[in-house]
Design a protein around this ligand. Structure first.
Ligand code: SF4
Length: 327
């Protein structure tokens, strides 16, 4: 048994909230692991973050939910999220309703240190204030996940934000290199910086790392050209939130496309013809097509719940993945 290294806990959770914690070796928790711990074995407020097992007091249930929803994501095309960076700044129209800004404010209100001081209030909304935080302690997390996972890197930020140091990005690559049982999906709205750093500072193309760029409308299709030159085993485009036609695009060298409409109270509508345009081009470039959701606006241009609008397109669901993974 190893007693908990509090570093991991204090960097992620308010220490005052953690009643007890210990490290386990992965798999089943043994009696030796929990020797000396006071937590009730079946408390609903027990959960683990990597191989650190935590017990929170009853009033912290909400915090547990937030953490679980971040680690065990609902995002259809991945298994888990990992956030080595917190905070960002808005770059283009696709960022307007950025979910991470609102989530950062909620986590700050709950006292999670990593997310304190990253946003400012604008009416009822939170807006990034430009503070970007590298979270070195979180670099340990993937080592603790024994079961292979598809991991979305930085759902709460952009790894290639101009304030993230090159050294830190190289360290993220080291973690991905040392945990080849996982696949990592890195999505950026700054693919020019991604291309520069990956080509210059990363010596190898890792088979378990997928690199992607977000394209929300025709104004930013040049991101596809930036992505195309990045050395990568798998390159993907996320056309989400799709808020305009993207027009004719060159998908040469792009292995996978995800398409989805925006969700939430202020969501902007998606149009079926914009999806058709992408679908047809994926077909001709042999790019795998994944239709994630219609979002808050249905293909009939009516607003309803994301769940009610569903994720069927042309009468079926589209869950294609890059060819190398299907083989
Ligand atoms: S780049 Fe991503 S994380 Fe940053 S503001 Fe835009 S949507 Fe949010």
């Amino acid at each position: 048994m190893t007693r908990p290294p509090p570093k991991l806990i204090s960097d992620h959770l308010p220490r005052a909230l953690v009643k007890d914690a210990f490290h386990f070796s992965g798999g089943k928790i043994s009696n030796a692991d929990r020797r000396g711990c006071t937590w009730p074995a079946r408390s609903t407020n027990n959960f683990h973050l990597g191989t650190t097992y935590l017990t929170l007091p009853t009033h912290a249930s909400k915090l547990k939910e937030e953490y679980q929803s971040m680690a065990e994501t609902q995002i259809e095309w991945t298994d888990a999220t990992w956030n080595p960076v917190a905070g960002c700044t808005i770059v283009t129209a696709g960022c307007t309703n950025c979910y991470a800004m609102q989530m950062a404010l909620r986590l700050e209100a709950m006292g999670v240190p990593k997310y304190v001081g990253l946003t400012r209030k604008s009416g009822v909304r939170a807006i990034w204030n430009g503070v970007v935080r590298e979270d070195r302690a979180s670099l340990q997390i993937p080592y603790g996940w024994r079961k292979p996972r598809k991991i979305f890197v930085n759902s709460m930020s952009d790894l290639f934000h101009e304030s993230v140091s090159e050294d830190f990005i190289v360290d993220v690559w080291r973690v991905m290199r040392e945990t080849p049982h996982h696949s990592y999906q890195i999505l950026t709205k700054r693919p020019a910086r991604m291309a520069d750093i990956v080509s210059r500072a990363i010596p190898d193309v890792l088979p378990n790392v997928w690199l992607g760029a977000s394209v929300e409308n025709a104004a930013v299709v040049s991101r596809i050209d930036d992505l195309r030159v990045v050395p990568s085993a798998i390159r993907f485009i996320s056309f989400e939130p799709l808020i305009g036609s993207v027009g004719a695009v060159d998908l040469t060298g792009i292995h996978w496309a995800i398409v989805g409409g925006e969700s939430g109270h202020s969501a902007r509508p998606i149009r079926e013809e914009w999806v058709d345009e992408i679908y047809t081009q994926c077909d001709s470039f042999k790019t795998a097509f994944f239709f994630k959701q219609w979002g808050t606006w249905g293909k009939d241009n009516k607003k309803r719940s994301k769940k009610a609008n569903g994720r069927e397109y042309r009468g079926r669901t589209w869950n294609e993945m890059p060819a190398t993974l299907e083989a």
